[in-house]
Design a protein around this ligand. Structure first.
Ligand SMILES: [Zn+2]
Length: 270
């Protein structure tokens, strides 16, 4: 007997009634945010053309109004008041449970492109997205090491949006004291630290890692520019322009390089 005829009316496909919500953890005893969850949809987005309200009065844990030279931090301000769930997704302006101390690189470099993907998807499809952002603090530190961003579209079961990404709270060229939010220009770290930790490849190892030598490639290998703090594929045409004393090859993977404050090259997009 065909199973379809055995089904009652309740098994008929019905249009899903999905209710949007937003849920923020209470601040802990150190004034730190916790996980923020939401079911986002057209009804949670700010109206088109709406402008975000002021957030400057919120002081997230570890907040410092620290500026660096434009050559180091474009826009000068190291930290942004960083929404866990972006205003453009939630219409949530100045909720202290939704704002952390995040570097400009985190806020605008790594989080924003992911947020834009979700906004675009919701606007185009009218669908909903389950969304969760978890700030990760170590011990009693006041500044998060990063945020885990997770998203999955509901109506199409993840076909439109599905990601789970850890975004590091770092700024190239700046060393951050995560316990307090203090920071300093970080000029010496790159080559010395990488070399001390054994991350830099000698000439023979580099040859082997490139596959040109006898050994098989063992790990990802990138060309670093210690001056601009960018990393490149070994085949990138920009590599030839790096002065020899600013150039080195390493065996680190992408995530580790990013955690160390390196930025991927916009040309070869490693
Ligand atoms: Zn490159």
């Amino acid at each position: 007997m065909c199973g379809q005829t055995a089904r009652g009316p309740s098994a008929k496909p019905v249009s899903l009634m999905i209710e949007a919500y937003k849920d923020y953890s209470p601040l802990d005893s150190l004034n730190r945010c916790g996980v923020a969850r939401a079911c986002l949809g057209p009804e949670t987005l700010p109206a088109l053309g709406e402008r975000r309200g002021e957030i400057g009065h919120v002081l997230p844990s570890g907040w410092h109004a620290t500026c660096y030279d434009k050559s180091l931090v474009s826009g000068e301000s190291l930290y942004n008041r960083t929404h866990l769930i972006a205003w453009c997704l939630s219409d949530e302006v100045d909720n202290p449970k939704n704002l952390i101390t995040g570097t400009q690189y985190l806020n605008q470099g790594t989080m924003q492109p992911l947020e834009s993907r979700v906004v675009d998807y919701i606007r185009q499809s009218g669908n909903h997205v389950l969304y969760r952002v978890t700030p990760v603090f170590q011990g009693h530190e006041l500044v998060a090491r990063g945020v885990q961003m997770e998203a999955r579209s509901v109506e199409d079961e993840g076909a439109g949006v599905s990601f789970n990404v850890f975004c590091y709270n770092v700024q190239p060229g700046v060393a951050i004291d995560y316990a307090t939010g203090d920071s300093r220009r970080d000029d010496q770290v790159p080559r010395a630290t990488l070399a001390r930790k054994g991350y830099l490849l000698g000439d023979e190892e580099a040859l082997a890692a490139s596959g040109e030598g006898s050994g098989a490639p063992q790990a990802p290998s990138y060309e670093l520019n210690f001056n601009t703090r960018r990393f490149h594929l070994m085949t990138c045409r920009s590599v030839g322009d790096i002065a020899a004393h600013n150039r080195g090859r390493c065996r680190l993977d992408r995530d580790t390089l990013v955690a160390l404050g390196y930025v991927s090259c916009g040309r070869c997009r490693p």
